[in-house]
Design a protein around this ligand. Structure first.
Ligand SMILES: [Zn+2]
Length: 339
């Protein structure tokens, strides 16, 4: 090898070692996932071992910026200063109402969405759509199933967007055959959903996709495979057994509020998942029975809405072999083996 080549390689090696993006300080964790309590809305934060942050949804629009403050607290806990990617699952106030507040408080690299709101002219939809546009401006990127988000050490794939579903799966799903839900063309149905993979570990977050889209993803062939960890779709107020039971998650986390989501029928579907080993909730759902809710030690918030805003957190081993769920209120945790 010529001296010049050796020198060139040394320079490249030094650049890699010194690059802060690639080798940010190791905080001892692998991928971290936070279900931030935005009181029945949604804000799910992923922070990679390299310190990259992906936030899907930012809770409600409030004068006191409560939800943005709670997101910032989770970011600080995870050691993330900026948000690399903000994903708007869809354009409802419980998901994107808080977007201007978080965009005001921290720097956001790119805004991913399913395309323009289909409810921009409705009384409910217009403020949410305008809030998102005011924050995203020229940094928007519309994503489709199969698109990926560039992260270090983590595979991140969009699996649903704007009622389209990623291809995949084999064999007929035995949980299909029951009545199919009527088609829904509103904003919920158009939610973005993604899959995150670390080694063999898989996490799925499908936003608020409606029962018809969940069934289309599951029947007759389950296109989404099996996963380890799932965020219960639509705050547990419209979940399809055909999909949840076929995904066979070991652990499910529901981001229902005290009075929003967490419906008894839907919690029963979650509790009926074959092989489910842990069910965790951001909030106790007050209208559903204790038996359908998660046990208190696995529930972040036991009181009414607008409480202290404790999170549920997951940490995934760097190689994806195990993952731990932690209750931010009491520190109670459980470690699970990846399938
Ligand atoms: Zn929602």
């Amino acid at each position: 090898m010529k001296t010049f080549d050796i020198l060139a390689r040394l320079v490249v090696a030094l650049c890699i070692v010194m690059s802060p993006g690639l080798f940010a300080q190791d905080n001892g964790d692998g991928l971290q996932i936070y279900w931030i309590d935005v009181e029945g809305g949604s804000a799910t934060l992923l922070v990679t071992p390299a310190g990259e942050a992906v936030l899907m949804d930012a809770g409600w629009n409030r004068e006191d910026q409560r939800d943005a403050r709670r997101i910032e607290a989770a970011m600080a806990d995870a050691g993330a200063a900026d948000i690399d990617y903000f994903i708007a699952s869809h354009f409802h106030g419980d998901h994107v109402g808080g977007t201007p507040a978080i965009a005001q408080r921290v720097s956001i690299g790119q805004f991913l969405d399913h395309g323009d709101s289909v409810e921009s002219e409705t009384e409910r939809g217009r403020p949410a759509w305008e809030a998102y546009l005011s924050a995203a401006q020229e940094k928007r990127r519309t994503v489709r199933p199969g698109d990926t988000v560039n992260l270090t050490g983590v595979e991140f794939t969009i699996v649903v967007s704007d009622r389209e579903i990623i291809e995949g799966g084999t064999g007929t799903n035995p949980h299909c055959g029951g009545p199919m839900a009527p088609e829904d063309f509103g904003e919920n149905s158009r939610s973005i959903g993604y899959r995150v993979t670390v080694g063999e570990f898989e996490f799925l977050d499908l936003g608020d996709i409606t029962v018809d889209i969940q069934q289309a993803a599951a029947c007759p062939i389950n296109r989404l495979g099996v996963v380890d960890l799932i965020q219960v779709p639509h705050h547990a107020q419209g979940v399809a057994a055909e999909l949840l039971w076929a995904l066979e998650p070991t652990v499910a986390v529901s981001n229902n509020g005290a009075t929003k989501g967490g419906r008894a029928d839907d919690l029963a579907v979650v509790q009926g998942i074959p092989g489910l080993d842990g069910f965790w909730q951001v909030h106790h759902a007050t209208a559903s029975s204790a038996g359908l809710n998660a046990p208190p030690q696995m529930t972040a918030n036991l009181t009414e809405d607008n409480d202290q805003g404790h999170w549920i957190k997951a940490t995934v081993d760097a190689d994806g072999t195990n993952y731990t769920i932690i209750n931010g209120r009491n520190g109670y945790s459980q470690t699970y083996a990846t399938k």
